[in-house]
Design a protein around this ligand. Sequence first.
Ligand code: TYD
Ligand code: MG
Length: 457
Amino acid sequence: MSKIKTIFFCQNCGAQSSKWIGKCPSCNEWNTYVEEVVQKNSASSGSGLEKLTAKRINKPHRIDEITLSEDQRIDTNNNELNRVLGGGMVPGSIILIGGEPGIGKSTLMLQVALKLNKLKILYISGEESEQQIRMRAERIGMTNTNCFILTENSTQNIFTHIESLEPNMVIVDSIQTLNTAVIESSTGSVSQIRECASEMNRYAKETGVPVFLIGHITKDGSIAGPKVLEHMVDTVLQFEGDRNHGYRILRAAKNRFGSTSELGIYEMQNSGLREVSNPSEILLSQHDENLSGVAIASTIEGLRPMLIETQALVSSAAYGTPQRSATGFDLRRLGMLLAVLEKRCGFRLGAKDVFLNIAGGIKVDDPAIDLAVVTAVLSSGEDIPIDPKICFSAEVGLSGEIRPVNRIDQRITEAEKLGFEKIIISKYNQKGLDLSKSGIQIVPVKKIEDVFSFLFG
Ligand code: TYD
Ligand code: MG
């Protein structure tokens, strides 16, 4: 009989130690170490993966002799997913999709599986029954004779089925429910998750089949989050959004085969997720009357320009300390912009509550939204609406100067496409722009005061 071997794992970052320690030296969290049994079973009674992968024996190749196959990317038939992946799936890649429970990960992957009828797809579910998945498919309103559902937790059984089915793509929902016989600790523990993911990884790399792993992020550390997997997989996608809002954003947190600045936008409807190919339309709220406190920014997320509505409400503080609150925008940045307004425009904000909201429930990092934020605050404070045909695209500096932003021509084109008549940009962005050519009036400004007098006279 072999000796039982245990290791202590940090439930937060997956670091390991042979002794229990109070504070994780790797992520500095306290009390995250738990003991897990990691006794390996004797060699070959393993996971069944050996049978699948033993066929191929790799040997070293010179890099210039390695041939690239023609169609390196597999189209997922889902434009937003393709965009985030960097143009489609790469054969043999392993992709982790993380997100809070209920955000729509299973829906997204099932939808991809149902739509992609060119490939034989195996959807492995350790969470739901076949009936539940079938019901979801009914709800989405699609069916696919090439999509197979397997409800199974043991990787050993999974690889047996994979061997006979020979799928072209595998989806695992979720990695936390898998269980390998190689390791003795319980399902969902760090060492189990890590071992199952590494088996999947080996399978993907050695057979060239792309594998999607769904992973839950939990707030309490009881199930290890997909954090420990991030360095093992090729791509980490984050599926996020407010469960109460319809919009969902898919973004890449890591991508070995593409950029991480791309965004995919979906809308959760009664019949599944709809791809939103023109985000500006949804991010601008529709209203007929002219309201004060609303300004439109022309921003860029990834490679895609989009127009986003910012809404501000400025009112007299009900309590001694004025409140500042921002949704979808950095609160400290808002504080800074308010200080600039106070100092530069003589705008008395010291005794006012300021609330800022970015429409559509999305979070914006692009500094080009600054000017829209500032003008929305000014507009609400003065209670004068801004002409809805005007949009803004510039950063605001500490001394109230209007600073240039990158790729201004794309921002202008997008604003023009959506029917705006004027766009306010930094004077320093003007170089190289042909002001007469575009169908939209470009208003270059230098300081906040200029914007103020242009808008409110
Ligand atoms: P789900 O994909 O199960 O989330 P996850 O796998 O990330 O936990 O779906 C989450 C929510 O989506 C669920 O509350 C119901 C909703 N939903 C719709 O609104 N429309 C649909 O067509 C489907 C399938 C789900
Ligand atoms: Mg699910």
